[in-house]
Ligand binder design. Structure first.
Ligand code: UDX
Length: 441
């Protein structure tokens, strides 16, 4: 369709690859760019370089359509695109809470040098508020087309494991724009999604930047809230599971993101709340979000409390004990181990002298690469062989389906810590297991 704007996607990591593939599936001509030639080679040959249900199939389909191609050349990307999406990562800076904008800056600089006609550059990466103002200046200064190049902001809310659906059928679209022209270009670039009746908020750039970190801070706070209640339950003999259930019936509160357990991890929530607190301090409004420091602290305590529970169950000693860890990914249906609570717990117990073996349905290769000092197994039954205790750390569906009687045959002692409230306590206890979960008596 000649009327459709041509799109480029800079950065083909998790967010960018998903965005590029999904937009091509909607009928747009898309060029995906990454500076990592390896990644580009993989995508070009039809391989998605990470685990995401449904994405490999969609990539195969769109590659066949001829509407999607990949490159490492900014020149090629700039020549192609009417709308350029910036989708590079903004990780936490080592040794600081601030987020690292090196990749965003490099992407804008790399692209800008070749922008010789009117076009829209759209930031999707999660950035500290105020970044877009700086990037606008950079574009104006570096692009040969100067003022003809405009910046807009369109935060991305996709969840790993649901990335395709979240991209094609998002809860809402947020367009941060500085002109009607930019708004109209975004409407063209998202037409099929807008036609679904997707709610849309058109706003200024700083608001659009903030929406993303405000949303993730709220979600993180909700999780830490219920985990804080779990701490109270632990001290009082109350049961956080029933507490959460009762809270959830109030639809002003709602049950989602109210699962108590080992807490949140991943490439977004932990670093986003830290970067937000840091940014707020930088601009002199640190007090407004100082509670996020507490949200982070509650979340970290979940990990040490889980280890305490394991220790308690083992009679006070981890040293020399055989511990089966079920799960490594930061959440189920993902192979992502960034800031994964599961691996943090496994590594700490290993460091305390325990004989730890880890199994995960998808994240084993990543875990092995990052933490070669740990031992790994091929199944839950495999790592549970002769275990003194089994610890469920990521709530994969296949762990919920484990028969307590089957696991009982291979372990040395029937002890299980359910770090995610994922199992049916009664069923395990009925098979003679000592079952423990944080926040439940
Ligand atoms: C998150 C946001 O949900 C998404 O909107 C944003 O774009 C990116 O960050 P994601 O990192 O994929 O997405 O993970 P999410 O499903 O939000 O889970 C985050 C963490 O919270 C996981 O470690 C999960 O185990 C934990 N969690 C989630 C809980 O501990 N309890 C809950 O009730 C929900």
């Amino acid at each position: 369709d000649a009327a459709l704007p041509r799109l480029t996607v800079i950065g083909t990591g998790y967010l960018g690859a998903t965005h590029a593939i999904c937009m091509a599936s909607l009928g747009y001509e898309v060029v995906g760019l990454d500076v990592d030639a390896n990644k580009i080679k993989k995508l070009q040959s039809g391989e998605v370089p990470f685990f995401e249900p449904g994405l490999p199939e969609l990539l195969a389909k769109t590659m066949e359509s001829g509407r999607l191609r990949f490159t490492t050349s900014y020149e090629e990307a700039a020549a192609h695109g009417d709308v350029h999406f910036i989708c590079v990562g903004t990780p936490q800076q080592p040794g600081s809470d601030a987020c690292d904008l090196t990749y965003v800056d490099a992407a804008v600089r790399g692209l800008a040098a070749h922008l010789t006609r009117r076009c829209l550059v759209v930031g999707k990466s999660t950035v500290p508020v105020g970044t877009s103002a700086r990037l606008s200046d950079m574009l104006r200064e570096l692009a040969p087309a100067g003022d003809e190049v405009e910046l807009a902001w369109n935060p991305e809310f996709l969840r790993e494991g649901f990335a395709v659906d979240d991209t094609l059928r998002p809860d809402r679209l947020v367009f941060g724009v500085a002109s009607d022209w930019a708004r109209d270009r975004l409407h063209e670039a998202f037409r099929p999604i807008l036609d679904l009746g997707t709610p849309t908020v058109v706003t200024d750039l700083p608001t659009a930047e903030l929406v993303k970190v405000a949303a993730n801070s709220f979600l993180a706070t909700k999780i830490s809230y219920i985990n804080a209640m779990a701490e109270i339950c632990e001290a009082t003999g109350a049961d956080v599971r029933d507490l959460a259930k009762a809270l959830a019936y109030d639809d002003r509160i709602g049950g989602r993101f109210l699962q108590p357990g080992l807490g949140f991890g991943g490439g977004c929530l932990p670093k986003d709340i830290r970067a937000f607190a840091h940014r707020a301090e930088e601009i002199g409004v640190g007090q407004a979000v100082s509670f996020l420091r507490e949200v982070d602290a509650i979340n970290r305590r979940r990990r040490s409390r889980t280890i305490d529970l394991v220790r308690e169950l083992l009679g006070g000693q981890l040293d020399g004990k055989r511990i089966a860890c079920l799960g490594a990914a930061f959440k189920p249906n993902s192979d992502d181990i960034r800031d994964a609570p599961a691996l943090d717990v496994a590594r700490t117990m290993h460091g305390l002298g325990a004989n730890v073996r880890v199994y995960d349905p998808a994240a084993l290769d990543n875990a092995r690469r990052a933490y070669p000092e740990l031992r790994y197994g091929t199944s839950a039954l495999d790592v549970a062989q002769d275990a003194d205790v089994v610890v469920l750390l990521t709530e994969w569906a296949e762990f919920r389906e484990i028969q307590p009687s089957a696991l009982a045959q291979v372990v040395r002692n029937r002890r299980i810590v359910d770090g995610r409230h994922a199992l049916d306590a009664e069923a395990w206890r009925a098979e003679g297991w000592e079952y423990r979960a944080l926040g439940s008596p």
